[in-house]
Design a protein around this ligand. Sequence first.
Ligand code: AMP
Length: 383
Amino acid sequence: MSHPIRPGATLGLLGGGQLGRMFTLAARNLGFRVHAMDPGHDCPAGQVADFEVRAHYNDIYAAQALARGVDVMTVEFENIPSSTLEAVAELRPMHPSAFVIHTVQHRLREKRFLAENGFPVTPFREINTEADLRKSAEALGLPSVLKTASFGYDGKGQQKLDPTTDLGVAFRALGGQQGILEAWVPFDLECSVICARSSNGDSTVWPVAENAHVRHILDTTVLPARIASEVAATAQSMALHIAETLGVIGILTVEFFLKPGGDLVVNELAPRPHNSGHATIDACITSQFEQQVRAVCGLPLGDTALLKPAAMANLLGELWPKDGEPLWENLLAFPDVKLHLYGKTEARTGRKMGHLTAMADSPEEALEKVLRARSALRSKSVS
Ligand code: AMP
């Protein structure tokens, strides 16, 4: 086992969005330096990092130059070419590994890995031609969900097919990309489990998060999920088992569907902190971002205990009035609601601009409080 990387060292980050920003803030709290690479200018992580490199993720030379100046490399998202990840790994420890990222950045590879290792997934088929789609729709039944195999998130590249759908049109909407057809999962709720594995062998898991989506984008998360304790324990142990089987060092998020009757189905994996774990910053002893720092550095992991039931609400671009700002004073008048903004200047519909976290004596109260606070951002009168 290699030596831990200690505070004072420099961490390299591929990706400079909000996840990278919150990772960087946690790293700086622990006394690390952070160098971040992102194709955009003035990216959320770059604003708080020690050093920002502006380069595309396929720019191997820029990624290697970044790696030479740091002690360990990590990522804030999974859509980074394998060639870049492998080139970086030649120079510095890279967590999670290129293999992990390669597996989860493609829905077919990810689902095959899960199915081959006995984890529950919905039946799926590989789609390369219109004939594949017709045969697969017949086999899996309708409704079903057609997704691009790569570069899908927040429902992008995704279509629900029903008996009225023109399958030719649906196939052409893939735009020449490989697809995956998934059998529809009738679920009671969606939840996720975030866990961490350190290169020193430690592993930890947070309480299950209960997630509600609006137009395929996460809207709110409640911690802990309002589900039976045996189901929660099964979800947590399955997430840890997946992380171990895949060999993740760092953070792994496992998204689940919970079916009527209590069966869990894995929807997808993310080898990094996740939007459904943002409440861990304010509501847990150790946040998912601090844990990513500890894990990739081979340090002991922090306690994941939840201090109090909590709820998180996303702030999307549509909350911003045209040519203006939400009513921040109304929000800040809620003395126990925490505001996190990501430093993005352009508010677009569906763009994640920030989030709010509230804690209370019950998950219901926390959710009610965070929603009240969010709606105050738009209304002239504060309730
Ligand atoms: P994904 O990008 O795969 O996480 O999908 C985004 C959202 O679409 C999920 O959070 C679900 O709400 C819904 N969804 C995706 N796949 C399925 C499925 N096979 N069955 C039912 N709902 C799905």
